[in-house]
Design a protein around this ligand. Sequence first.
Ligand code: 3HC
Length: 701
Amino acid sequence: MSRAAETSSATRINPVVELRRDGEIAVLAINSPPVNALSAQVREGIVEGVRQAGTDARVKAVVLHCEGRTFFAGADISEFGKPPKQPMLPEVVDFIEASSKPVVAALHGTALGGGLETALACHYRVAVPSAKCGFPEVKLGLLPGAGGTQRLPRLVGPERAMDMITSGSPVSAKVAKEMGIVDEIVDETDLLASAIAFARKLVAENRPLKKVRDLDDKIAAARGKPEIFEAFRKANARKFRGFQAPEYNIRCVEAAVNLPFDEGIKLERQLFQELVSGEQSAAQRHVFFAERQVWKIPDISDDTPTLPVKKVGVIGAGTMGGGISMNFANAGLPVTIVEAKPDALERGLGVIRRNYESTAKKGRMSMEDVERRMELLTGSLRLEDLADCDLIIEAVFENMAIKKEIFSKLDAIAKPGAILASNTSYLNVNEIAAMTKRPEHVLGMHFFSPANIMRLLEVVRGEKTDKRVIATAMQLGRQIGKIAVLVGVCHGFVGNRMLEPRQREANRLILEGAMPWDVDRVLYEFGFPMGPFAMADLAGLDIGWSRETSKGETAREILCEQDRRGQKTGAGFYDYDENRNAKPSELVEQIILDLSDKKGITRREISDQEILERCVYTMINEGAKILEEGIAIRSSDIDIVWINGYGWPVYRGGPMFYAEQVGLGKVLERLRAYEAKFGADFKPAALLERLVAEGKGFRDL
Ligand code: 3HC
């Protein structure tokens, strides 16, 4: 037998796990693409590999290493909510930690969730500089359920542990090293060899088995000090509002500090079980997969060629145009912004600069970055200056005649192959496209205000839009950090179309007996950042209103006539103090009472339940029509629109997911009841009727 054969060997444990031996070091190699999630097969393989390494007398230490793009990115999320498969992750990590031979985790890519928990159960951790470590469970409505809440505080102290666990944000390898999570940073290009060398050193130096569970120095000082946790809760109360998981995570860290390890683990398991079987986590897991689904377009394959976009043109330097331009400058693309008048152009560029400078003041960008981005922006007063742009986005006033005129001019100016997009939020993209000789290069790109911040982008597919143009817009969306949702042409597309019935009901409810603050409170408590009336005050009540055309027939019109135009005038549906804190207004109450009277409506007591159902079930009904008409590809795309564009609470999974949690049967029954009382606006969508009759859900479509 050759020497090489004696000193090295490889055993395949299962299709995704292999145990190799390099002298006295065993390498447990996992290869489960795409992200080495800790599926049942992976877990089984780890246990078996550690067991075999343990019984092999030639092996003195083990390196745990993942192939492909990352160390374990966590538990396999698709297994949650299904019957559990043995061995469970907590048992796997215990098994690793109990190994009599040191186990070294070799980290690259993203060691997340259960992946990081597995690493923390190893006796040592080495990482390449580009590696990241984190506990994103909270984003799935969960907590690290395989010892993470108990081990991390023992390594980094409770404050930093709470920060990391409740934010879900990963830290870089460098920070992880400073915090004590990682023992050594190794050469980027040579992880496995470095990890093996590290393990050899451990053996040579006879270093002890370092078990995180036995550490106490970082948590001792916080023991018996509930005020530390109270202060953390208080400081984050706004951020955590409505979410169940952050509080559960904090309780686990508190237990890590105050209870023996095994008892802390018991609590962690109990709370994890509660969360994983609860509605919030189901919703947040749905959103995780929905965010990834949204990019998949059934009739446009992933390998559809995209068109090169190296230069962007934006028409309009107002709030929308400015925000849109910033997205591209942030991504390093030069933008030409065209305005009609010099002062408007100057004002627009000034606002952009101030926006960047305020980001720099907050320390999130350097002043050099501000200048670099401003240099990418060129102002112009001539549409002709857009001739060399690969993508031109029109972001002018929402008026069909103006848009048509711009597109017919653009058609003559833009180079062949350039994409012409409208940022319209309601209008018919087919009509706009028809003004050009290249409708296949026209589509909608509907940004949400403020466009440099809001994540949502509705990409509107016209009937003639070319597949490559759609693929390009989707890919650009990704490039500028948006979540792009492909929608079809209809009035208001997905988001604004569903907003309409909610707004209609809110306006009716205040005439029938509720007050604006009642409606707002119900929707706020449901989880929206604010209700429709507070929102209207923020946006300005006079959008689309003019004194000349005002009929004084709605509360909004009357308020505008009285110069109560929202927050900017210190008064709208609410009164505002100098810090813009809202207070219900007696004057508004009287205006509304008078208006009900004038319209001959006898006001009545309206329950919170009725407010919620009328505002939300009508949205769901509209969503069902949108699906029926094929305006959205799938129900989860609608959820993504509402979560990212309108503040729908992520722990309720989006309107369509929520409808299924409530039960489509119940939604249908309530819509029918309201239809009987209030008429056709509540008429259930045919799709809803059909799904209920067939015992199916939106997800079955
Ligand atoms: N389980 C199952 N599937 C997963 C997964 C996971 N943990 N992580 C990613 N995937 C899937 C995605 O759904 C996607 O599938 P698709 O190609 O069919 O759409 C594929 O892997 C690739 O993922 P991304 O498109 O997100 O790839 P990126 O390279 O952009 O990002 C990532 C990689 C940073 C690892 C990102 O996928 C991610 O953040 N994953 C989730 C990490 C996470 O939340 N881990 C914690 C899980 S919960 C847990 O561990 C509980 C434990 O404490 C007990």
